[in-house]
Design a protein. Sequence first.
Length: 280
Amino acid sequence: MDAWQSSMWQYDQIGWIWSSVAMLALLAAVYGFSAAQRKRTDRERMRRIEVSLNHFTRAAGHLYPVVSATGVASPVSASDRSEVALTAEIVLACKAAPYADHELVERIDRYLDMQNRQAMLLLYRTLEMNISRLTRERKQLLARGEQPHWGLLFWLTLRPLLPLVVLLLEGALLVHSLQAIHIAQLVGPPAPFFVLLRLISLTGALLLLYGVLSAQFRESGRRTSFVINALVIAGLGLLHLFGLAVAPYVLIVQVLVFAVGYRFTQEPKRKERPYAGEYK
């Protein structure tokens, strides 16, 4: 009997060892894949920034002498028309830049269509704004990879584990929900339906929070709105601690907050933030 118990203990010990090795291997594989994917994403983002800066700075450099030498509202002189024609190809090439937004494309079309000083100045200001923003993004990207702060370094080290953490949390949530449904069936309706609503609510909050934490937002006013909406929706999930009866109400409020988020995460239109004298 003692020999049998000893052999079973050794078998369990070996099983735990192999299980631990398998978990560590899975953890290392997920971490390595996620970290490599993040590095590829950063390299691709840097490439897009460099290509866009190359297009924008060339166009701004060709427009600057004409913009700085003449007034804003005067017509284009004959001597300047050759310069405008010369820069048309370079300006049009900005449309092919990876970070050429809708606003810049509109400025290019308006400049080529109207051929006046105001359109030229507005295009130059838009190019200048995009150059400043992309330069800041490039500086932040380089600093994050080469000179990260202590807190940022700790976060960058842990971030590749996010997919595995989310999978484990979702797995634990599914197991708990299956057990809760089994218990709720003994209670009777609508308890099983409320358990399903709670599962949908918590899963949606978890996925949305993961999306915000793992995303790489560009410099934009929408970034804060995304984070705030995700935190509010995730925080509403904590109300499930008050019991199963609040599940439908929590889910309804989360859906409403998510719908309202479409309004608060929109970029302001160009006419809502004009340059001085633009729409006179």
